[in-house]
Design a protein around this ligand. Structure first.
Ligand code: PHE
Length: 396
C-alpha cells in the first residue's frame, strides 16, 4: 500500500531504507562467501584451481572422503615443494552426497562458477558417467581415480582414469573363483541402480562361463536397500558354491550378514566396491570366508607403498584404503601433467594427460593408454579373523 500524500519524504525515506537494506544483504553475501565452502571462490592469479567432486556423505561416503583426504595430502606436498608452473594448487571440493544428479550439479558449479581448469572425480562409475559429459562439453579434462566401468572414458577425449577397467576386474574375479577357489557353480547378486555393478556382474559371468563354470542363479537389488533376505533365499535354493556381489560396501556387508543369518556359509566374492574400512565394521564376523578384488594392498611390502601408508596414518590416524591411495596418485599425476603442459589451457592439458607414460604412483607405474585408461595389476584380498589379508596379485 502506498501513501500518496507527503510522497516526497516517504519515497526519500524508502530509498534510504532500500539502500541500507541492500548494503546489508551484499555484506552478508560477502561474509557467507568467505565461510561457506563452494560460495564465491575466486581464482587468485598465483593459484591453479582444480575442482574435485566427491561422495563426502551418503551411502558411499568413505570413497569420497578417502580420496579427498589423500588428495589434500598430495597437494600439500606439491605446494610445499613450490607448486606447479610457479603457482600453488588450490582444490575446490563439492560433495555430491553419493548421488549421480548431484555429481552433475557439482561439476557444473565447479566449471561455470569457479572456473576450474581440471576436475578430479568421481570414484563411483555412475557418478562419473553423470558428470563426464559436462566436462567433455566444456573441454575441461576430468580424471577419475577409481571409476572402473568402461563407459566412463568412452564419454570423450577429455575423460581419463588412472585405474584398470571392469572387463579385467571381472576376469580376475572369475579366474579367482574358478581356479583358486575351485568353484564351478556361482550365483550373482547385483545392484541394478549402479552401472559399475551391472557391468562387473556381466564381465564376471561371461568369463566364468567361458572357463566352464555355470551361473546357477542371479538376483538384483537397488542401492539403498537394506533387506536382502528374499534374494538370498532364492539364491540359496539353487545351491551355489559361491555368491558374487559386485556392489558397494554398505549393501554388500549387509548382504553377507543376512546371508549368514540364513545359514548361507559359502564364500562371497566382491569387487573393488567392497574396499572400505566400513565393510568389516558393518559386516562383523559374517565377513569371514569372503574375498574381494581391488587395486592395492596396504600390506604390500614395497617401500613406496609403506612410505605412503605411514605418512597417511600419521596425518589421518587410519590405514589408507584404495580410494585414498588412488586419490593421492591422481593428484600427483595431474600436477605432473600440468607441469608438462606448461599451461592450464584445456586442450594442451588434455594432451599432456593423454601422454602420461610410466608415472611412478604409489599404485605402481601408470601409463595412460589410447582409451584413456590405465593398465595395472589387481590384488585379491581375503577377510580372515576380522582382518584383511593379502591373497594374490594378478598381472594384466
Ligand atoms: N570401481 C568402482 C566404480 O567404478 C568405484 C570404487 C573404486 C569403489 C575403488 C571402491 C574402491 O564404481
Amino acid at each position: 500500500m502506498q501513501i500518496q500524500r507527503d510522497g516526497q519524504s516517504l519515497s526519500f525515506l524508502s530509498k534510504k531504507l532500500y539502500f541500507v537494506f541492500g548494503i546489508s544483504i551484499v555484506s552478508l553475501l560477502i561474509i557467507i562467501g568467505g565461510i561457506v565452502p563452494g560460495c564465491g571462490r575466486a581464482a587468485d592469479e598465483n593459484e591453479i584451481l582444480i575442482g574435485e567432486y566427491s561422495s563426502l556423505t551418503g551411502t558411499a561416503a568413505t570413497f569420497g572422503t578417502s580420496t579427498h583426504n589423500a588428495l589434500a595430502l598430495a597437494v600439500e606436498e606439491i605446494n610445499d615443494a613450490g607448486g606447479v608452473l610457479g603457482k600453488k594448487i588450490k582444490v575446490l571440493t563439492e560433495d555430491d552426497q553419493s548421488k549421480p544428479e548431484e555429481a552433475a550439479t557439482a561439476v557444473t558449479k565447479l566449471i561455470t562458477r569457479d572456473k576450474v581448469k581440471a576436475i578430479i572425480g568421481e570414484n563411483a562409475s555412475s557418478r562419473s558417467l553423470a558428470a563426464a559429459p559436462i566436462c567433455q562439453a566444456n573441454s575441461i579434462p576430468m580424471v577419475s581415480p577409481s571409476s572402473t566401468n568402461p563407459k566412463v572414458t568412452q564419454v570423450g577425449d577429455y575423460i581419463f582414469r588412472i585405474c584398470f577397467i571392469d572387463p579385467f576386474q571381472g576376469t580376475v574375479c572369475a579366474n579367482f573363483a574358478y581356479n583358486s577357489l575351485n568353484v564351478k557353480h556361482a550365483a550373482i547378486l547385483k545392484d541394478v541402480k549402479n552401472e559399475y555393478s551391472i557391468g562387473l556382474a556381466e564381465f564376471f559371468a561371461t568369463k566364468f562361463k567361458e572357463s566352464g563354470g555355470t551361473i546357477v542363479a542371479e538376483q538384483a537389488y537397488s542401492e539403498g536397500d537394506n533387506d536382502f533376505k528374499a534374494q538370498l533365499t532364492a539364491l540359496k535354493a539353487s545351491s551355489p558354491e559361491l555368491i558374487f556381489v559386485p556392489g558397494y560396501y554398505t549393501e554388500s556387508a549387509l548382504i553377507v550378514k543376512q546371508a549368514r543369518e540364513l545359514n548361507i556359509t559359502i564364500p562371497f566374492l566382491g569387487g573393488d566396491g567392497w574396499d572400505s574400512g566400513k565393510l568389516i565394521e558393518i559386516g562383523g564376523s559374517a565377513m569371514e570366508n569372503t574375498y574381494f578384488c581391488t587395486h592395492y594392498s596396504a600390506m604390500d611390502t614395497n617401500a613406496v607403498v609403506q612410505h605412503f601408508v605411514t605418512k597417511y596414518r600419521s596425518k589421518y590416524n587410519e590405514t589408507p584404503d584404495v580410494n585414498a591411495v588412488l586419490g593421492y596418485d591422481v593428484g600427483k599425476l595431474l600436477a605432473d601433467a600440468i607441469q608438462r603442459a606448461g599451461t592450464m589451457d584445456g586442450s594442451k592439458l588434455r594432451d599432456a594427460i593423454a601422454a602420461t607414460k610410466n608415472f611412478h604412483g604409489v599404485t605402481g607405474s601408470i601409463t595412460i593408454n589410447g582409451e584413456r585408461n590405465a593398465t595395472k595389476p589387481a590384488v585379491i584380498l581375503a577377510i580372515r579373523n576380522g582382518k584383511l589379508t593379502y591373497r594374490e596379485t594378478v598381472q594384466p
